[in-house]
Design a protein around this ligand. Structure first.
Ligand SMILES: Nc1ncnc2c1ncn2[C@@H]1O[C@H](COP(=O)(O)OP(=O)(O)OP(=O)(O)O)[C@@H](O)[C@H]1O
Ligand SMILES: Nc1ncnc2c1ncn2[C@@H]1O[C@H](COP(=O)(O)OP(=O)(O)OP(=O)(O)O)[C@@H](O)[C@H]1O
Ligand SMILES: [Mg+2]
Ligand SMILES: [Mg+2]
Lengths: 249, 249
């Protein structure tokens, strides 16, 4: 029975995709079968793991009742890691879905058949629209990447509010797995201050592993590689390995 | 007759808000009357310029036919700069609007009465949903902040595609004013490479002024101040002053 994890934060550019991809890789390297689902029309996560345009993507999975998750997923070059890719058509799907009475349950229903994975990780767009709601409705847990910049705290409060509503009306089992601090630059007072505030405010919910600001992480998608392949000895890679170990308890 | 500028890029965290606020301030300091409209439920731009919760916000302006732009705007502490603030209720408005047949024209219609401004600048959320479409439908020009990271180019291509569609079906006058490169870190090869690619691909459309990665810019919203007040001699401030001069031609 896979644990389904939504990686979410409506604030843009906080590392949702970086975390989704790199955490998935390290979990896969620890003998877990992992499925990464790219639920963002920007398809950034897809970019780390493949160079070709997908035949079937998350868009078709959401809209076409005849397509199963097994038909939409592809193997990646990373052992144990499969991907349901995204592409720009997911933008149009998002609009069509909004008119569907059962719109929040599309992903949840499609994931029911999948028993071979330990983890299903869903990358979401920077919004609380129908795609993110699908991820939150399907998930057991939410993982919240938080950039150590000023806007972090308000953003988390807003997201936790949304999670409460989803728990009340759509998914009573949904829990917050935790917050992972990202793009942390220990040389700057701002980063240290935000880290302090977040760990105080959400005591016990913040992972010890902190993802540092590391240019290797920004470079790796340009080679269509996750950090585990691109720069396995970099500070970014080590942080993700630590995160995966902490995550898998 | 105000020039209406939408600051847009569906990629998250690329500096839309940083550009919207700081460019507005420097244009205001050059004797232009400027109105900044925060059209993002995250209300980050509002955070730079006020500490109190607004009485009336962009949400009410969009939903309530009886409310005018003049009633929604507030003076800021910056001379010549007014603001239509946002707040979280704009999230709910976004959902309600999507069901409205005239949803794309709400902002455009409300801006018709405003003659006292030289510039009206609209900050948008990281999505191509109803709020961004409102901004693009109302605008004369689009300003596109682009972070010098790998995902920049695809993001711009997608946005230009959306702009074309808006021009075809909603706003024939819409033009792309230009691209402003943000968070530029000249010490990294990635930044220099992306700058190179963007300036080549969009020759003539990229501002000479480039906003450097400068921690002062990330700090300033935590003091509810734009960079012009917080750190007027910083590299970030100087870049925005240069951008404003280039922008105002
Ligand atoms: N720790 C890090 N150090 C350096 N660069 C990073 C780090 N994490 C992410 N990046 C880079 O910063 C940018 C934003 O990260 P990312 O795309 O993962 O955020 P996101 O939350 O998924 O964005 P969006 O809201 O658009 O989906 C990307 O160019 C990414 O490569
Ligand atoms: N040039 C810069 N140097 C350092 N920090 C910056 C710079 N520009 C923006 N920032 C910081 O980076 C973060 C993202 O910037 P910003 O919020 O302006 O992006 P955005 O595109 O508006 O994000 P969103 O997509 O969520 O609306 C913020 O914490 C901001 O303070
Ligand atoms: Mg992403
Ligand atoms: Mg913003």
């Amino acid at each position: 029975m896979a644990t389904i994890i939504a990686v979410a934060n409506q604030k843009g550019g906080v590392g949702k995709t970086d975390v989704s991809v790199n955490l998935s890789c390290y979990l896969a390297s620890m003998d877990n079968r992992v499925l990464l689902i790219d639920l963002d029309p920007q398809a950034n996560a897809t970019d780390y793991l493949t160079e070709e345009a997908p035949m079937v993507s998350a868009a078709e999975l959401l809209m076409d009742p005849k397509i199963s998750a097994s038909e939409a997923l592809i193997r990646t070059r990373i052992e144990n890691l499969d991907l349901i890719p995204s592409r720009a058509t997911l933008s149009a799907t998002q609009v069509q879905l909004a008119a569907d009475l059962e719109m929040q349950f599309k992903i949840k229903n499609k994931l029911k058949g999948l028993t071979e994975y330990s983890y299903i990780i869903i990358d979401t767009p920077p919004s609380l629209g129908v795609l993110t709601i699908n991820a939150l409705t399907a998930a057991h847990e939410v993982l919240i990447p938080v950039q150590t910049h000023y806007f972090a705290l308000d953003g988390v409060a807003h997201l936790l509010d949304t999670i409460k509503k989803v728990r009340t009306s759509l998914n009573p089992k949904l829990t917050v797995r935790g917050i992972v601090l990202t793009m942390y630059d220990k040389r700057t007072y701002l980063s240290r201050q935000v880290k302090q505030k977040v760990t105080t405010e959400f005591n016990g919910k913040v992972f010890n592993a902190i993802i540092p600001h590391n240019i290797r992480l920004a470079e790796s998608p340009s080679y269509h590689q996750p950090i585990m392949v691109y720069a396995p000895k970099s500070p970014g890679a080590k942080a993700y390995m630590q995160l995966a170990k902490e995550f898998a308890r």
